[in-house]
Design a protein. Structure first.
Length: 66
């Protein structure tokens, strides 16, 4: 029997920050989300591939990494 690894990605709300949007230059409170992509075997995390945080601009609705 061969156990195949799988790559899962999760996104979760992390809170709010005061930031300046690089797309429209709006400055203010913006929602922050965390993105976690990892390699799993049988639901056990083997390796993190990347863990990024990004904000959503309240004005133009674009996202950017923080």
């Amino acid at each position: 029997m061969v156990i195949k690894p799988k790559i899962d990605s999760y996104c979760s709300e992390k809170g709010e920050i005061i930031a300046k949007c690089p797309h429209c230059n709006t400055e203010g409170k913006m929602q922050v989300f965390g993105s976690d992509t990892s390699l799993y075997i049988n639901s056990i995390q083997i390796k993190k591939i990347h863990n990024n945080f990004f904000a959503v601009c309240t004005n133009c609705k674009n996202t950017f990494e923080v």
